[in-house]
Write a protein that binds this ligand. Structure first.
Ligand code: ATP
Ligand code: OAA
Ligand code: CA
Ligand code: MN
Length: 585
């Protein structure tokens, strides 16, 4: 309690609210608890510009702390107090995230102190938009004051990273049961003994998402702000209730902390065969990391965030966060069955009476999601760690329909495509056919990386070489023409392709080389029609194919220009090879 009270203390006031454990609705208990008014010490870290300490009336009120509640308790809190919370027919907790139904990358801010200015990636293409320490403290104070003004807050003390040597302790302070249950599911859940000796967290999130930031604050450009301060080891959320901000905010922190220890952090799914062969699945949002790493025949290590250290791979999280749009029992049985008691379902639409969810309904958002503990997947590998990867699969959902369904990559090509981080999704389909939109996101996760992309790329090249992993590019997008003409590659075919990678069958297949991208494509795969393996066969208009191929190649070239002047690792021959591994035309 003392440490929670210190976490919640205002930096500029001697007295914050008194922190009491327990639900304020259960009257009398708090008093019986003895209402331990832990003296509020101001934070140890004294900022030179901090105003003088003042006494305020906020000390007259109590803030109850609901500490690491169970899913059942959180359900009750959500249903009693949070509008839009319902139990679905399979027992999941349906919630609404409010106005924001996805992350707000343009509202992300990172404190640029001297160390951060040196170490982090800033400028064009970087996700790190600067604020100064003073502005961070302004937002922090706003969040803390908001949280302290409430009758109760939720506090989660949990872990990140299944590698015991590199476990990070996180504390999440939030105002909604939805947020607390989301993080309960997504972070690693401590045992009672681990909680007993938890001590001081390594990183703390103040989630005051219902409350906006002040738009007139310097550096703010909207009423949403997601602020990271690496020196203080704190994150502040104002003006968005989308729970994914917490998950991905912490991921950003891991992208800073882990490389310092020689550990590579990865936006990837990960699974393992019965014989111990590990595969990583990289890809931007919607390309298939969760879908393809959740595989009935393999053990799931994790669906979204991993570390690769000298010990092998480890999941950062304790849960999965699956897209639900058009989810079907038949196509994705494991995810379907994971949507049960304890699972948070975000922004889905359901029948008022039967509470059956309509997964095709996009009326709240297309980004409907389910967050569940990883053990809800029957073949989860607990603890979520595994040996060094054998296959590194880069997923792209190519709505241009010109990338082959699968290509085998050499190391330079793997690096080229890893740094490019390509996908092309099609946004909103309401007003008829839209253009595919190419997205390039370095390391398949530019929104989350903190250092320059070449740092991660060098580490990946080093590890792949050292442990002999093979790279693959898999197009989970269009075939038979671009979006509007062709169709998305059928999931069963993609699964067959992935099976052939895992089994080693594809290593020994016959290959031919494509023009422009110079990709090695197999001529045959068991269970997949051979004619789809070379996209040109599936296009009726061959001239349109060639034109689209060149257009995409041009986009790749243009995107890579900014990286052309960077050296990757200590080996300048690798840098040259990577530059030559892109499209040639
Ligand atoms: N051939 C295919 N391969 C993979 N996924 C497909 C395919 N065809 C359709 N899909 C659908 O595409 C979506 C892939 O989303 P998924 O949740 O796996 O993305 P993700 O990479 O995990 O993204 P995020 O990082 O946002 O969680 C799913 O809804 C899946 O059913
Ligand atoms: O972070 C989210 O909201 C969803 C996700 O996994 C991603 O976008 O990569
Ligand atoms: Ca996912
Ligand atoms: Mn993700």
């Amino acid at each position: 309690m003392q440490s929670i009270s210190a976490s919640l203390a205002s930096l500029t006031r001697e007295t914050g609210p008194k922190v009491v454990k327990g639900d304020p609705a259960r009257k009398g208990e708090a008093a019986a608890n003895g209402a331990p008014p832990t003296p509020q010490k101001h934070h140890q870290h004294h900022h030179p510009a901090a105003p003088t300490i003042a006494v305020s009336d906020s000390s007259l009120k109590f803030t109850h702390v609901l500490y690491n509640l169970s899913p059942a308790e959180l359900y009750e809190q959500a249903i009693k107090y949070e509008k839009g919370s319902f139990i679905t027919s399979t027992g999941a907790l349906a919630t609404l995230s409010g106005a924001k139904t996805g992350r707000s990358p343009r509202d992300k801010r990172v404190v640029k102190d001297e160390a951060a200015a040196q170490e982090l990636w800033w400028g064009k293409g970087s996700p790190n938009i600067e604020i100064d320490e003073h502005t961070f403290l302004t937002n922090r104070e706003r969040a803390v004051d908001y949280l302290n003004s409430l009758d109760k807050v939720f506090v989660n003390d949990q872990f990140l990273n299944w590698d015991p040597e590199n476990r990070i302790k996180v504390r999440i302070i939030s105002a909604r049961a939805y947020h607390s249950l989301f993080m309960h599911n997504m972070c690693i859940r401590p045992t009672d003994e681990e909680l007993e000796s938890f001590g001081t967290p390594d990183f703390t999130i103040y989630n005051a998402g219902q409350f906006p930031c002040n738009r007139y604050t310097h550096y703010m450009t909207s009423s949403t702000s997601v602020d990271i301060n690496l020196a203080r080891r704190e994150m502040v959320i104002l003006g968005t209730q989308y729970a994914g901000e917490m998950k991905k905010g912490l991921f950003g922190v891991m992208h800073y902390l882990m490389p310092k220890r020689g550990i590579l952090s990865l936006h990837s799914g990960c699974n393992m065969g019965k014989d111990g062969d590990v595969a990583l699945f990289f890809g931007l949002s919607g390309t298939g990391k969760t879908t393809l790493s959740t595989d009935h025949n393999r053990l799931l290590i994790g669906d979204d965030e991993h570390c690769w250290s000298d010990n092998g791979v480890s999941n950062i999280e304790g849960g999965c966060y699956a897209k639900c749009i058009d989810l079907s029992q038949e196509k994705e049985p494991d995810i379907w069955n994971a949507i049960k008691f304890g699972t948070v379902l975000e922004n889905v639409v359901f029948d008022e009476h039967t509470r059956e969810v309509d997964y095709t309904d996009k009326s709240v958002t297309e980004n409907t999601r389910a967050a569940y503990p990883i053990e809800y997947i029957p073949n989860a590998k607990i603890p979520c760690v595994g040996p060094h990867p054998k296959n590194v699969i880069l997923l792209a959902c190519d709505a241009f329909g010109v990338l082959p369904p699968v290509s085998k990559l050499n190391l330079a090509q793997t690096m080229y495509h890893f740094i490019s981080g390509y996908t092309a999704l099609v946004a909103g389909t309401e007003d008829g056919i839209k253009e595919p939109q190419a997205t390039f996101s370095a390391c398949f996760g530019a929104a989350f990386i903190m250092l320059h992309p070449t740092k991660y790329a060098a580490m990946l090249a080093d590890k792949m070489q050292k442990y002999g992993a093979t790279g693959w590019l898999v197009n989970t997008g269009w075939s038979g023409g671009r979006y509007g003409v062709g169709k998305r590659i059928r999931l069963p075919y993609t699964r067959k392709i992935i099976d052939a990678i895992h089994s080693g069958e594809l290593l020994t297949a016959n290959y031919k080389k494509t023009e422009v991208f110079g990709l090695e494509i197999p001529t045959e795969i068991d269970g997949v029609p051979s004619e789809i393996l070379d996209p040109i066969n599936t296009w009726t208009d061959k001239a349109a194919y060639k034109e689209t191929l060149l257009r995409l190649a041009g986009l790749f070239k243009k995107n890579f220009e900014v990286f052309a002047s960077y050296k990757i690792g200590d080996d300048s021959s690798l840098t040259d090879e990577i530059l030559a591994a892109g499209p040639n035309f």
